[in-house]
Design a protein around this ligand. Sequence first.
Ligand code: NAD
Ligand code: ZN
Ligand code: ZN
Length: 348
Amino acid sequence: MKALVYHGPGNKSWEEKPKPVILQPTDVIVRISKTTICGTDLHILKGDVPEVAKGRILGHEGVGIVEEAGAAVGNFRKGDRVLISCITSCSKCSYCKRGMYSHCINGGWILGHLIDGTQAEYVRIPYADSSLYPIPEGSDEDALVMLSDILPTGFECGVLNGKVQPGSTIAIAGAGPIGLAALLTAQFYTPSAIIMIDPDDNRLSVASQFGATHIINNQRENGVEKIMALTANTGVDTAIEAVGIPATFGLCEAIIAPGGTIANIGVHGKSVDLHLERLWSRNITITTRLVDTVTTPMLLKTVTAKKIDAKKLITHYFRLDDIMSAYNTFEHASAQKALKVILNNTGV
Ligand SMILES: NC(=O)c1ccc[n+]([C@@H]2O[C@H](COP(=O)([O-])OP(=O)(O)OC[C@H]3O[C@@H](n4cnc5c(N)ncnc54)[C@H](O)[C@@H]3O)[C@@H](O)[C@H]2O)c1
Ligand SMILES: [Zn+2]
Ligand SMILES: [Zn+2]
């Protein structure tokens, strides 16, 4: 089969690899129909995730068709259409029992990280019964690819951890796919204001179309001053960090209202300053989370019922065998006005 293979920082190629085989009776082999590229794949290619071995097939998102199911798999058979979760869950360990699938001692985030991933014609999915979801008949499969990672991440790490409530005020720093997924899912709760902050005008205009009540380009404007002015100098009830740099975590600390919650989503490579000299008396909560994908079944219902239009996050389509061009587009996301790209395995 063909697959996108990581060969160390800065190096990747679309090349021939052996087709995966069942290793455990709980495994399923999925023929990929659609996959995508994540910002995390770019982090891997920059060398930011050193545990990814050379020779690893990248990718942790996608939908496909079951090619072969191991003897102990009860929920799926050959021919079933399935949604792949970016998080593998054994459903039996102490973390899985607490709904913390991301910390599953037998799985967690392993796809395209510690085991071969989905940017290939076939992928092996361990613990398939609890790591795959059946695709309802008639679903738009492009939209469902947004459920492998982006939508549960924005919702769980941003909206749920951030305790978004009817009438509350939210600021989201970062209007990338994750910040926009938080923006879409925050609207389940009818907050009174959602302020998006990003230096990219194109992404801000997308955010406006997705329901942001205010947009701030913090390259041209002072984000803190503008948000304080918009909130009668109290700040916001929920500040969601969806970038992963000290500046935006600092912004969240500067704009959080008394009693509010800073919900961090961004992957941070550097330490940030914790301003307890300002925050000690403000009754705030700071949360961190690796996406668990525990809300995927619920989000699947909202997407198939068209309560949220996940397809809005897709800007480009490619054939899977043209994945090198897709990477090129995604690596220049700002210039290309790219959010998510869909890669179609046209052989399916
Ligand atoms: N916690 C988790 O489980 C989890 C899961 C997936 C991704 N992530 C992380 O979420 C973050 C966002 O992911 P993404 O795919 O949307 O990334 P992205 O790079 O596509 O988007 C980041 C956005 O931040 C904006 N930005 C840059 N500097 C800024 C600044 N100073 N102020 C405001 N905005 C700024 C960029 O213009 C861009 O639109 C990343 O750090 C990613 O690694 C976390
Ligand atoms: Zn991802
Ligand atoms: Zn587990």
